[in-house]
Ligand binder design. Structure first.
Ligand SMILES: [Zn+2]
Length: 123
């Protein structure tokens, strides 16, 4: 089961809302088995209708386990470009769709399969 820190969900939702109608994108960092931090890169914010997540500069950092990006519409499914990126980098990929509430989170594996996840309220 994928575990995600509640504070991180808040952070991502806010970032996605602030970036709307553009996409927000960043890397995910895991700490003690919980996805708890995003790592921004200079390429983290993309233009409208962009699916250029593959343009990320990929960091060499073993605490980074995947990526997160927003979809400024109601579709939470990975695009072909997303799947291509997922298969090449990391093992957990989050897509959050508009309007970026808790129900709008989708977690995918490297191969694009939907993963179960739980939200953790850290102390
Ligand atoms: Zn996408």
């Amino acid at each position: 089961m994928i575990r995600i820190d509640n504070d991180l969900i808040d952070f991502i939702s806010n970032a996605a809302k602030n970036t709307y109608p553009n996409e927000f994108a960043a890397f995910l960092r895991e700490d003690k088995g919980i996805i708890s931090e995003v790592v921004l890169s200079p390429f983290s914010i993309f233009g409208k209708n962009s699916s250029t997540i593959s343009h990320f500069s990929l960091p060499i950092d073993h605490t980074i386990i995947g990526s997160v990006h927003s979809h400024p519409g109601r579709n939470g499914n990975p695009s072909e470009g997303d799947l291509n990126f997922f298969s090449r980098y990391g093992k957990v990929h989050i897509i959050v769709r508009y309007p970026y509430e808790q129900d709008d989170y989708f977690v995918y594996s490297r191969s694009g399969e939907s993963l179960e996840y739980e939200i953790i309220w850290a102390l």
